[in-house]
Structures are given as C-alpha cells and as structure tokens.
Design a protein around this ligand. Structure first.
Ligand code: FE2
Length: 290
C-alpha cells in the first residue's frame, strides 16, 4: 500500500509546474523544478485560477443549485450562469474581489425551484445583462436561440437549444475549454424531470443524445443541480453510466412518466419571480402603484 501511495504522490507532483509548491512539507516527497510542467492544467474540482481563465462552481445549499462564474483573466470580463437570488451578494462580492466585470448572467432555463439572481445582478453591477432562451415567457435583457454565441473577453459560449425539461432549456458550450453547462437537461447519472413546464421525455432524450452526448467524450459536463454530492461528469461517463440515457427512448419515456415526484417546494414563488427576471421588488412596487 505504501508504495502505491508513493507512486500516486510522485505522479501528482510530476504534474506541478516549476515554482509550484505542495501542501506537504517535511514528508518523503517535495516538489522541485526538475519535474516537467504541463502545457495546460485541468482541474476537475470547483475552481481553476492558474490559467488564462477563471472558473468557479458555487452551491446554493437550499435548493442544491450550482452557479458558475467564468472569467477571462486578461480582459477581466466574466459571465455567471444560473445565479440564485439569495446568493447574489456572495456572487457579486466574489467577482468584485477577483476584479471581474460581469457582462452576462445566463439562465439555462426558467427555473421552478428557485428565483434567478440575473435581474438583481444587472441592477447591482450596471454592466451585466440577463440572458435566457427566446422560447421562454421570462423577462430578460437578451434572448438567445440555437447557435447564438455569448462572448466574454476573448472567450465565447455556444448556445445549444436542449428542450425537454422545459421548452426553453439551453446548454452553454465552452468549446475551447472542453466544458458544457447543461442546466437541468443532463445531471450526473440523471436528468431533469419532464412532468411540468412543457416537459417532454421525447424532447429531452433527443436533446441529450443529439446536442450534448455528441460532444467529445472528454468534455466536462457541469449540471444545474446535484442531490448526491457530485460536481461534474464527462460526456464519456454519461454515455456509459447514465441510468436513464443509456436506455431506449421507449424505456426512458416509461421511467420519466413514472417518477411520481412532488412539486418543487418553492414553485409558487419561483415561477412568478422568474417571469420578471428575479426583480420581485420592482414588480411589487409596480403593482402597488396601480
Ligand atoms: Fe429546472
């Protein structure tokens, strides 16, 4: 066992660039500049900050929603994907601390389990525009459709329409970094429900197989939620192990039509809140003045 641990540690240290230190001091292994640096370093954890980009995966622990911040380290422009209203101060503060200017707040769809923070982020920053699919009834600054491109700094995300959970679901693909943000289309070993908001098992199955699982196997898939502690998966993994999407369309449809899930806890406030881009205070003021 000791030699296996030593081999793993040695292999890990071999991936460090010159000048980078490990947290191990006084042990048998130490980093040295004799190890060859990699051309690029990929992390499967919630953050990357030593490349030309910044990546953060953030959790709303009340609804198990993931929010993502992607930044261009040169221009300092950034986007945020699926912000949650209650977590807006955390997210805006983080961007301020890191020196990023948020230019877009993208919603993968009109959520039923939480209120989006995209509108309030726009108000707070004065620079950030809300983005959502044009196939939703939600208010937004920008509407996108299949094939549209969202730019931040020198980077860009491709919008892929992936309906099925809702009609207005979008997957955002960062081709250059091999990442896709799937919202509630594909989860790690699962997928979004299809029993309300124009949900359709057939549409979801086709979206996943035609728009997401056709990406290269090594692409990282970042979901909109996880309820079991997973943070990320890959196209190759889901093609092999997704217990729903590895089935035929007929079997998938039967599974999805028999989930018997309760309604999301906050649906009664989430839908009205998301129809106004999370700007619920403004809506209340407008209603009061009528
Ligand atoms: Fe959803």
């Amino acid at each position: 066992m000791a030699s296996v641990v030593a081999q793993v540690m040695k292999a890990s240290l071999g991936r460090l660039g010159p000048g980078m230190k490990t947290g191990c001091s006084g042990g048998r292994w130490s980093a040295s500049s004799t190890f060859k640096p990699l051309q690029s370093v990929r992390f499967y954890a919630g953050a990357v900050a030593n490349a030309d980009y910044t990546f953060r995966q953030l959790l709303d622990y009340k609804t198990w929603t993931y929010t993502y911040i992607l930044g261009d380290n040169d221009s300092k422009e950034a986007v945020i994907i699926d912000p949650v209203l209650e977590m807006v101060p955390r997210d805006v503060n983080l961007c301020t601390q890191l020196g990023f200017k948020l230019v877009y707040a993208l919603n993968t769809h009109m959520h039923a389990d939480h209120i989006t923070g995209s509108g309030p982020i726009g108000k707070l920053t004065g620079t950030c525009k809300s983005v959502i699919s044009k196939h939703t009834p939600a208010k937004s600054s920008v509407y996108v459709d299949e094939g549209d491109i969202v730019k931040f700094g020198r980077f860009q995300l491709e919008c892929r329409s992936t309906p099925g959970h809702t009609d207005g679901c979008m997957t955002f693909v960062w081709h250059e970094k091999g990442m896709a943000f799937t919202g509630d289309a594909i989860f790690v070993r699962g997928c979004g429900r299809t029993d309300f908001q124009q949900g359709s098992p057939k549409k979801l199955y086709e979206s996943c197989h035609e728009k997401i699982l056709t990406l290269p196997d090594h692409f990282l898939l970042y979901p909109g939620h996880d309820y079991a502690g997973h943070m990320v998966t890959t196209v190759g993994e889901e093609k092999k192990f997704n217990p729903r999407l590895t089935k035929s369309l007929e079997e998938f449809t039967t599974i999805m039509n028999n989930l018997n899930l309760g309604m999301p806890k906050y649906i009664d406030v989430a839908i009205p809140g998301n129809l106004v881009d999370g700007l619920i205070d403004e809506q209340k003021k407008a209603s009061a003045s009528k």
